[in-house]
Design a protein. Sequence first.
Length: 174
Amino acid sequence: MKNGSGVSQIRQPIIKPMVSSDLDSVVRIEEHSFHHPWTRDQFMDELERGPVSRCHVALMVDSEDDTAQNATSSNGPVVGFIMAWLVADELHITNIAVGLEARRRGVAAALLEHSIGETIELGAQWCQLEVRISNRPARELYGLFGFKTLGTRKRYYPDGEDAVVMGKDLTIRV
Ligand SMILES: CC(C)(COP(=O)(O)OP(=O)(O)OC[C@H]1O[C@@H](n2cnc3c(N)ncnc32)[C@H](O)[C@@H]1OP(=O)(O)O)[C@@H](O)C(=O)NCCC(=O)NCCS
């Protein structure tokens, strides 16, 4: 994209707490991403659960936009989200997805980095998640972030697929 002066602008993800007005976009991304998608009510339950539930969206904004840090979905489209629970010192990532049009542009990495970073500030020492054994993109992403495979959960998903359990020690800074 070019601004009025002809200078190229780079679109970049900005991470914000999820609000209910983001849910149309979030549910659309969810439905395009999973065979067994969460419902709108499930996302709403997470938004209403209180501080245990950490829900964020990624907006794509222009890097030269000096309002980027105050961005809302009126500044740029919601292109991804992350859902997590912080219970005591453990962060459990329950869901993450990026819209098809925004993949391989660092959006999921930005969401993970933000979620992990803010919960380390809140005292998190361990992060854990389950991922489908066949989900190579997600397993690559978590591997890049230093998650290690801890084991498998047989027939964890409704269609009978196994889950790989992955964890990361947040006290070890790389
Ligand atoms: C998995 C997913 C969230 C990744 O989102 P993304 O924004 O495209 O990921 P990023 O651009 O931040 O990728 C970061 C790194 O992850 C890895 N990665 C991401 N997508 C990949 C793919 N399709 N194949 C291989 N590696 C991949 C790469 O190492 C990548 O770095 P690189 O682009 O420099 O090579 C996205 O593919 C998605 O929404 N999938 C459907 C939902 C899903 O499976 N969620 C995970 C549930 S456990």
